[in-house]
Design a protein around this ligand. Structure first.
Ligand SMILES: NC(=O)c1ccc[n+]([C@@H]2O[C@H](COP(=O)([O-])OP(=O)(O)OC[C@H]3O[C@@H](n4cnc5c(N)ncnc54)[C@H](OP(=O)(O)O)[C@@H]3O)[C@@H](O)[C@H]2O)c1
Length: 257
């Protein structure tokens, strides 16, 4: 029987899909996010046992492992998925918002992985999935801290994967391109053009779990984005910065300088 999987950010989008697909594989679940009502609604629809823990990972991530232990649960698979983005000129974004982003997208990932990984290594079983982003593959003007946070997540997961070789435990970095979820609204995009090759959360998670099963270290879900990221890696950084600065520039732009 598969063991318990803990999914952060399970109240919507990609995390909710992880919860549904892992439950379909027979995992019991611990669902974590701030909106308990949304988590309860997801839990009620799952075919396996699902516990709900309402937790603000920007404030209380360190309290989560003890709350899981109180339930008498051992986490076999940790899915570090919770996260959000910001969009705009760095110095104009609400003060504190990007610092909160770093706590959720980076610090909570480290804290939770540090808490649950030792037992996995001891048992020589289990794994960690870290949801990074193609946004972390290069600097992104107007999503400066978000892109940097996802570069952190991607590199953290890659290094862990190498450290874990031979341990019986695996670590996968998932780097999706744009996925229509609540992410865009939360980040403050008025509207976002659906890029060619855009895939849904269901496919992101299906491809990610297949990559996890075969022991891959990272996956860019969606064939078109996979190739686009390979091609983009060859482009000069200065050119990519000029292009992304144009593409991501918010309305009400600075005059050309
Ligand atoms: N959508 C995309 O285009 C895209 C692309 C690449 C990577 N990603 C990454 O994929 C992950 C999932 O995003 P999504 O697209 O599914 O977006 P989403 O629908 O907005 O889901 C984000 C999840 O994170 C949770 N979360 C946010 N802040 C939290 C906090 N302080 N404490 C606890 N939970 C928190 C939210 O739950 P509550 O609000 O209930 O707390 C929600 O469940 C994120 O890490 C995101 O950066 C998204």
């Amino acid at each position: 029987m598969p063991g318990t999987a803990l999914v952060t950010g399970a109240s919507s989008g990609i995390g909710e899909q992880f919860a549904r697909q892992l439950a379909a594989r027979g995992h019991d679940l611990v669902l974590v996010a701030r909106r308990a009502d949304r988590l309860e609604a997801v839990a009620a629809e799952l075919p396996t046992e699902a516990r709900v823990i309402a937790c603000d990972l920007g404030a209380d991530a360190a309290s989560l492992p003890a709350r899981v232990a109180e339930l008498g649960l051992e986490v076999e698979l940790l899915v570090n998925n919770a996260g959000f983005g910001t969009h705009g000129r760095f110095w104009e974004l609400p003060e504190g918002r990007d610092a909160e982003l770093v706590r959720v997208n980076c610090e909570a990932v480290v804290v939770l992985t540090r808490a649950f990984l030792p037992r996995m290594v001891e048992r020589r079983a289990g794994g960690v999935i870290v949801v990074a982003s193609t946004a972390g593959m290069q600097p992104l003007p107007y999503e400066a801290v978000y892109a940097a946070s996802k570069a952190f997540a991607f590199n953290f997961a890659g290094a862990l994967n190498a450290e874990l070789r031979g341990s019986g435990v695996r670590c996968l970095a998932v780097t999706p391109g744009p996925v229509p979820t609540e992410w865009q609204r939360v980040a403050g995009w008025d509207e976002m053009t659906r890029m060619p090759g855009t895939i849904g959360a269901e496919q992101v998670v299906r491809e990610s779990l297949a990559a996890y099963d075969r022991g891959a270290g990272s996956i860019v879900p969606g064939a078109l984005f996979r190739w686009a990221m390979r091609a983009s890696a060859l482009g000069p950084r200065a050119l990519k910065l000029r292009v992304t600065e144009r593409l991501y520039r918010p309305s009400g732009s600075l005059p050309e300088g």
